[in-house]
Write a protein that binds this ligand. Structure first.
Ligand SMILES: *[C@@H]1O[C@H](CO)[C@@H](O)[C@H](O)[C@H]1NC(C)=O
Ligand SMILES: *[C@@H]1O[C@H](CO)[C@@H](O)[C@H](O)[C@H]1NC(C)=O
Ligand SMILES: *[C@@H]1O[C@H](CO)[C@@H](O)[C@H](O)[C@H]1NC(C)=O
Ligand SMILES: *[C@@H]1O[C@H](CO)[C@@H](O)[C@H](O)[C@H]1NC(C)=O
Ligand SMILES: *[C@@H]1O[C@H](CO)[C@@H](O)[C@H](O)[C@H]1NC(C)=O
Length: 315
């Protein structure tokens, strides 16, 4: 092996293993594969993590159309995405118009930092992917209600609903994202209802595809029918109680008249007849408590005497 060849190899090895000192600033590789994933107007910048020995962090800047045109291509720092170790950044709040937004990311490690790597092409929120919302049909009382997933302030929803078997008669309702529980219509017992929903993103005037169809069977309100029946029966029984009581009272008095017990003292007899008279006198006072508390007056005493006359005649 000749000396020259050896020296050349050593120099080559040196060049390969030791990067040139002047590029210190860009020693660290820049992030790659930068992309925006935007679903339902929520935007996230993603990039591949940079492989290096140590804890690599990242910082993100953006430049809207306004900065591009009127602010000499000013890049501004995204507050929530400075020196972060995640390799994604929520850029939703950066994007507030349907124009092009540029984003760039660099990696950092200790006092080293990479060159900026830019998103290509720039992002426009018009490309946001709209996914239909989750929807749930409910019946509360007999109100048919649609529960729609909350998509934030920029969405409306078109709800299409129909009674199963009447697919020709599809009704629709437009609802805002702030009313997540939407009343549809009065449901009929025992019928099945179905619904599907389309989300509409106002800022970009774009519709999602249609959600899956969800259905709900409205129960027959048998239980409440049974309950009403029981209540009626109870009412009827209650109504019969005073009548039964009156009948029992009448039977007792009649029995006393037909087959008088010789041993009953006069005081008791008087009290019995007095009660009966009071009942005839004032039929609205039916409870025994009231009757007992009323003192017999002269008119009653007179009636009492006639009653006794009648009794004597029967005998
Ligand atoms: C981007 O990522 C894909 C896989 O997700 C990979 O195949 C490709 O090489 C990456 N591109 C760059 C420039 O790193
Ligand atoms: C990286 O960070 C973790 C904690 O976040 C720490 O435990 C670890 O020592 C760090 N590594 C280096 C090389 O700085
Ligand atoms: C992203 O930011 C938006 C706007 O601030 C917020 O509504 C949303 O919840 C954030 N998403 C995540 C996953 O942090
Ligand atoms: C929104 O919901 C509230 C109760 O959650 C209700 O009082 C109101 O009427 C609803 N508005 C519309 C427009 O449906
Ligand atoms: C979105 O869907 C609704 C309901 O079908 C329709 O009235 C409206 O025109 C659609 N809007 C767009 C932009 O497609």
């Amino acid at each position: 092996m000749d000396i020259q060849g050896y020296i050349l190899r050593v120099i080559l090895m040196f060049l390969i293993s030791a990067p040139p000192a002047y590029s210190d600033q860009h020693l660290l590789p820049a992030p790659e594969n930068i992309s925006v994933v935007s679903i339902n107007l929520k935007h996230f910048l993603h990039w591949d993590p940079v492989m290096a020995a140590g804890n690599v962090t990242y910082s993100v800047q953006s430049q809207g159309e306004y900065e591009s045109l009127y602010m000499k291509h000013y890049w501004h720092d995204l507050e929530n995405c400075q020196d972060i170790s995640a390799h994604q950044c929520n850029v939703t709040d950066e994007v507030f118009a349907s124009v092009l937004y540029k984003f760039r990311v660099r990696s950092m490690l200790g006092n080293q930092q990479s060159a900026w790597a830019e998103l290509e092409p720039p992002f426009n929120r018009k490309t946001s992917l709209l996914i239909p919302p989750k929807v749930d049909l409910q019946v509360s009382g007999l109100n048919l209600v649609a529960q729609i997933e909350d998509y934030g302030p920029y969405f409306n929803f078109f709800v299409f609903y129909w009674q199963k078997g009447k697919q020709d008669d599809v009704k629709s309702k437009k609802t805002s994202s702030y009313n997540i529980s939407t009343f549809l219509e009065k449901a009929e017992e025992g019928k099945e209802y179905c619904a599907k929903v389309i989300a509409h993103a106002n800022p970009i005037n774009k519709n999602s595809s249609s959600s899956d169809t969800v259905c709900i069977q409205v129960k027959e309100v048998k239980q409440s029918g049974l309950f009403t029946g029981l209540l009626c029966l109870f009412g009827v029984v209650l109504a019969f109680v005073p009548m039964g009581f009156a009948a029992w009272k009448a039977v007792t008095v009649m029995r006393y008249f037909c087959c008088p017990d010789e041993d009953i003292p006069d005081v008791l007899k008087e009290s019995y007849v007095g009660q009966r008279m009071l009942k005839n006198d004032n039929s609205s006072k039916e409870t025994s408590g009231e009757i007992c508390s009323v003192e017999p007056h002269e008119h009653m005493l007179f009636q009492e005497n006639t009653s006794f006359t009648v009794k004597m005649q029967t005998l």
